[in-house]
Design a protein around this ligand. Structure first.
Ligand code: ATP
Length: 374
């Protein structure tokens, strides 16, 4: 059942498009993240769903009805703002129930819902405090409580965790996700943080320059990024890229003056190969892999380490076990499965399907051969 249906929505400010022909749907009970870099139009899109801004063209449907001209409450949405927007002179309890009072909901019903939300969010000891007497995480919970108590079918959150430190962000994103799933709330959540998006979302709508770049499950975006932009934006550490050209036996990495080894049996000209760090293996018995490089940097992260080498003048990061104990300068072999590679058109940035390559392309291990130490 579709709860929110955004149909060909555009919004221009002074002739400049902030949101450009955007369409997506949100299934009831799902958490959809609008993800993208600063200025890509995420907040503008959310504000149009909330009823705070009107689309220049297109329509927003909520629970099957066109909500044009309706207020947020009338369209059945509640919103949590980045700034929390709590009333400083009201107690936590009054902040949470404020919207219910405005809507004339009976005191007994207000008290019942407040008890429920207080227990859900662990706000009991804080109810009589003012916002200034709360930590950032506590203020965030109050803002969430104020949105949840409305029992609106759709809850909209605009970068709700961006004012908090890393550890609290991690805790609260788990809490919000658990709460959203337990209560079956339809949520649209705006963030520029891909980790937040990947860890919370049922679906991610990745935006760039006012348009949708890719719309899919987190695993779709990670495993099959639709474009170079999506491939770069999703993943930490980021994907590695090698510019390709045509060699004698197929696509090869571009190396000034020399043809590198074949990476797959198809044309490489005008294409870019993408490799996730976990798909690149580092072999210390360098003769086992045909591709060699010296380690130029090691970032130790505890359970894992990011080992940087160089291929065709480009840094290639491999994810290894943290206890691999490789030192800078060690000569290693690099390898990956051909099937793990992502291939993109260098001009359009679009992903190229392997099916479009020569049928002869075999799934073999490849490594950079005989390049020596850069
Ligand atoms: P951020 O993560 O920085 O909040 P965003 O992806 O949410 O970015 P928006 O706030 O939606 O981006 O802005 C999209 C574009 O629209 C930007 O270029 C912005 O400058 C412009 N814009 C947003 N609101 C207005 C406005 N009220 N008047 C004029 N231009 C605006």
């Amino acid at each position: 059942m579709i709860s929110v249906d955004v149909r060909a929505v555009s919004k221009t400010f002074g002739g400049e498009p902030a949101v450009n022909d955007v369409s997506f749907t949100v299934t009831r009970g799902d958490l959809v993240v609008l993800l993208g870099p600063s200025g890509c139009g995420k907040s503008t899109m959310l504000r149009m769903i909330a009823g705070l801004d009107a689309p220049t063209s297109g329509a927003v449907m909520i629970e099957g009805g066109d909500v044009r001209g309706l207020t947020g409450a009338a369209r059945g949405v509640a919103m949590v703002f980045q700034s929390y927007a709590l009333f400083p002179h009201l107690t936590v309890a009054d902040n949470i129930t404020f919207g219910l009072s405005v809507r004339g909901i009976a005191k007994a019903e207000q008290a019942r819902r407040l008890d429920e939300i207080t227990a859900l969010l662990g706000l009991g000891p804080l109810l009589q405090r003012k916002p200034a007497q709360l930590s950032g995480g506590q203020q965030q919970r109050v803002a969430l409580g104020r949105a949840l108590i409305a029992q609106a079918p759709v809850c909209l959150l605009d970068e709700p965790l961006s004012n908090l430190d890393a550890q609290l962000r991690q805790e609260l994103r788990r809490e919000i996700r658990a709460l959203q799933q337990r209560l079956g709330i339809t949520m649209i959540y705006v963030t520029h943080d891909q980790t937040e998006a990947m860890s919370m979302a049922d679906r991610v709508v990745l935006m760039k320059g006012g348009r949708i770049e890719q719309n899919g499950r987190p695993a779709d975006l990670y495993q099959r990024p639709a474009s170079l932009f999506a491939a770069r934006f999703i993943g930490s550490a980021p994907m590695n890229f090698l510019d390709l050209d045509d060699g004698p036996q197929g696509a090869t990495a571009v190396i000034a003056g020399t043809a590198g080894p074949a990476l797959f049996a198809a044309s490489g000209r005008g294409r870019v190969l993408g490799l996730r760090p976990e798909d690149v293996t580092v072999e210390t018995a360098a003769n086992r892999a045909r591709f060699r490089s010296a380690v130029t940097a090691v970032e130790y992260l505890g359970g894992e380490a990011l080992v940087t080498c160089v291929i065709a003048g480009r840094p290639i990061v491999a994810r290894t076990r943290g206890d691999a104990a490789l030192a800078v300068g060690t000569e290693v072999g690099l390898a990956w499965d051909e099937a793990a590679g992502h291939v993109f058109d260098a001009n359009t940035g679009q992903r190229l399907a392997l099916a479009t390559f020569d049928a002869a392309a075999s799934v073999q291990r490849h490594a950079i051969a005989n390049q020596g130490v850069p």
